[in-house]
Design a binder for this molecule. Sequence first.
Ligand SMILES: Nc1nc2c(c(=O)[nH]1)N[C@H]1C(S)=C(S)[C@@H](COP(=O)(O)OP(=O)(O)OC[C@H]3O[C@@H](n4cnc5c(=O)[nH]c(N)nc54)[C@H](O)[C@@H]3O)O[C@H]1N2
Ligand SMILES: Nc1nc2c(c(=O)[nH]1)N[C@H]1C(S)=C(S)[C@@H](COP(=O)(O)OP(=O)(O)OC[C@H]3O[C@@H](n4cnc5c(=O)[nH]c(N)nc54)[C@H](O)[C@@H]3O)O[C@H]1N2
Ligand SMILES: [Mo]
Length: 871
Amino acid sequence: MSEPIKIKDKTVLKGLGFDSFGQGSNSCEVDVLDGKIVRTRPFHYNYKNAYDPMEKNPWKIEARGHTLVAKEESLLCPFELAYKLRAYSPNRIPFPLKRVDWEPGGDPEKINAENRGISKFVRISWDEATTIIANEIRRMESQYGLTAILAQCDGHGETKSIHGPHGCQTHLLQLLGNYTQQIRTPDSWEGWVWGAKHVWAQFPVGQQRQVNMLKDICEHSEMMLYWGSDPEAMCWGWGGQTASHIAYHFDKLGIKNVFVSPDFNYTAAAHPGKWIPVLPNTDSALQCAIAYTWITEGLYDREYIDTHSIGFEWFESYVMGGIDDVIKTPKWAEEICGVPARIIKAFARDWAAHVTVISHCNGGGYIRSAYSHEPARLEVVLLAMQGLGKPGSGQFIYFQWQLFGMQSTNAGPRSSIIPSIEGCYHGIDQAFIPESFIPKTLIPKAILGDWSEENPLKWHSFTHCSLPASDQFDEYQYPVPGASPIHMIWTDTPCWTTCWNGGNEMIEAARSSKIEFILAQHPWFENDCLFADILLPVNTKFEEEDFADDLLNGFYNHIFYEAPAIEPIGESKSDWECVLEVAKKLGVYDELSEGLTYEDLIYRGWEKSRCADNVSYEDFRKNEYYVIPTAEDWEEDEPGLHAFWRDPQNNPLDTPSGLLEIYSPSLAYNFPDDEERLPYPRYMGDGESHQESRFSPRAKDYPYVMMSNHPRWRVHANMDDVPWFQEIETSKVHGDDGYPYEPVWINSADAVELGIEDGDIVEIHNERGMVLGGAYVTERIMRGAVNQDHGARLDPLEFGVADRGGANNIICPTNVTSKHCAGEVTNGFLVGLKKANMDELRARYPEAFERKFDAATGMVISDWVIEGDEE
Ligand SMILES: Nc1nc2c(c(=O)[nH]1)N[C@H]1C(S)=C(S)[C@@H](COP(=O)(O)OP(=O)(O)OC[C@H]3O[C@@H](n4cnc5c(=O)[nH]c(N)nc54)[C@H](O)[C@@H]3O)O[C@H]1N2
Ligand SMILES: Nc1nc2c(c(=O)[nH]1)N[C@H]1C(S)=C(S)[C@@H](COP(=O)(O)OP(=O)(O)OC[C@H]3O[C@@H](n4cnc5c(=O)[nH]c(N)nc54)[C@H](O)[C@@H]3O)O[C@H]1N2
Ligand SMILES: [Mo]
């Protein structure tokens, strides 16, 4: 008999979700054979048959003849299945690199800042790299003070504890005594935080409390509005396919679906229902017209408004033309949002006739567009007009961490323990408020401006969403008194240019000689790595040993041990190890490492996990995991805002009045002159900060409204070079030159008008620059709107001007949400569109077009390194 084929040497557990921040998800079992990762499989909650399945207290929701039950394994999405290709990517940074024409010391003649992104890199040793870094830190300290060092470390990415993907350097800098922190602004939830929070509070991010909403919807909802919502794509990032599974269950229950979005997105395509196309960031006009229909037809709950809210009369007067002489009729809205008046009326009536719930991941493009506080606030007002909080109504946040597991506020059955990784976590501490900080959205302006203590850059709010709305009334500044402007950037999140507002402005900032040293640590050579002076190679999760939790998307919470799957690739180290290497050169290694081994840290992880009373350390290490049972009493929690709906006096909201503040006295008091964010919500087209509507004079040259969705086949900047995805039509469009261009969704009729055919290479442009893309001509997007997903790799043709990779954030607006709101504006902006003349572009940018690329993965590191071979 022949030997059975050996399919693996070992299996290790890994959480491959991209949330980072130590909040794990997308758990899987990874098989390794001959030192290589061969496959990824779902994590089974009875892995190794270690526990009696009933110990988990399996939950189920029975309603309308159907039962939703906790599954026995995680529902993985394509990212996990393809993730090994990311570990073995040709773009892994193999060893420390130094830009050829940069020298430490800060002499403008020797740093050659203007060559950042142009000049190439040479291999150096770890010893040389860390010596240079330590010396530069000491130089900053003596020349300017430590606030001259900016720690850029706050994005998503691999989820790790000991080896925190972002923020390890802040532990060292805090130990040294000071630094300047880039603060993660309320990205993802801009509108909710800057707008809705003033109406209904809803801590922390301004989206509705979720407790037991899943059960409530299964039992009572009749209609689901997928409004700027695409769970068939968006939950993959750190929600696996769990939300998709639930959306199919809702269909089975007979809940009627309506999809409100400029594109016929993946959820609209997969589920039954009606698509209402709306032009990007014009939702506030549609919302006002719905309110008009309800007011004029008596289709709203007047009694609820009287007992549960203040200030409705302001909004009513605005809608009826009492304030600006414009009546917000469906006809008025049609001109703005592109939805025919008859559809608006029918939609409004249908909504009023059904118990309706609105589903979001985070809100869609309008929540990250100019004046995003308006549609967010309007949504709360519309929900209020239909009796917000009554059974089966309200907001349902599909967003992964609110489905199961994580918080006491999640929508699904509550876990008996919310685990923690605090015992061994070295990532960013988001609750820490440093003395000197800059909101992420203002970094380029902070670097490029001529700021001083006397003439500082000012903004409102600490800008992290975890604070109450009143934080938005406090003013802050850069530089803080006595502190230096920044002269060094230490980034472990080098994707600013493809992820944030005004990327071209950031490129200018990165190439400014005010910044004497840019240090980046990253697994892959991409995006802002092009502008670094020193690059440190970081390994992926597969190469690390860690303690982890899964509390975002699974059907249960669990803690687990992550054994290394493979040896580090090249000379890479973990983010934490990079920082420890620098600490050695600064003489603070012992203090920083606390003298603890990884085994010690894993023990401490278990000890502080909140699970130590339920599972011994020996059992935890033997079984490699522990699944936390569902709370016995989970069904007793009153869903969503029921209690407030039932009895607002005894169950007040966290607003100053305890009621829904449709008119916010606090906004009126603190910002009496703010024309861009009034105390009550309204349709907001153009203003001082932004002229991005089709009615602005700019629309003559740039007539299309650009949507920049989160990519289905990436998580922002992560996973752009995975060949398996690149073969998919909506992932990349391969040009005649073989280059994988980022798709641009164009309506068929617009394409005919523009002479563009499917597969053509097109230019998307405005006065901020131009990016290329590959035309995806389709009926799946409405006329007047275009979409190019965000996060494609930067591949500059000319700095601050043009890009081949499709990193469209370089042409996003540079200004923030509105005058007093430092949020990103990365969606809903005006662009022009035309077929690219590739011969002309090749002649204009010969060097850029000659750079090597790999047809299966895109741009490659090998062309940027001029010395040194991979070992
Ligand atoms: N146009 C447009 N822009 C947008 C949005 C939009 O809708 N449209 N949405 C915005 C939103 S909601 C968000 S949250 C932001 C996301 O912006 P970010 O959170 O900044 O984006 P990520 O790509 O997740 O970035 C993190 C970086 O960390 C890297 N990384 C991953 N793992 C590790 C690791 O272990 N170590 C190190 N050192 N690095 C690692 C990734 O490669 C990437 O470079 O984008 C925003 N930008
Ligand atoms: N695969 C994958 N999953 C992810 C991420 C990822 O990058 N990739 N990112 C994660 C993060 S950090 C976040 S914040 C969430 C984001 O979750 P969302 O905010 O939901 O994501 P978006 O892709 O911006 O928008 C969702 C849908 O809204 C619609 N839409 C866009 N603009 C408008 C508009 O102006 N009006 C209306 N009515 N609809 C509009 C589009 O159909 C789009 O597909 O996803 C998370 N999950
Ligand atoms: Mo986000």
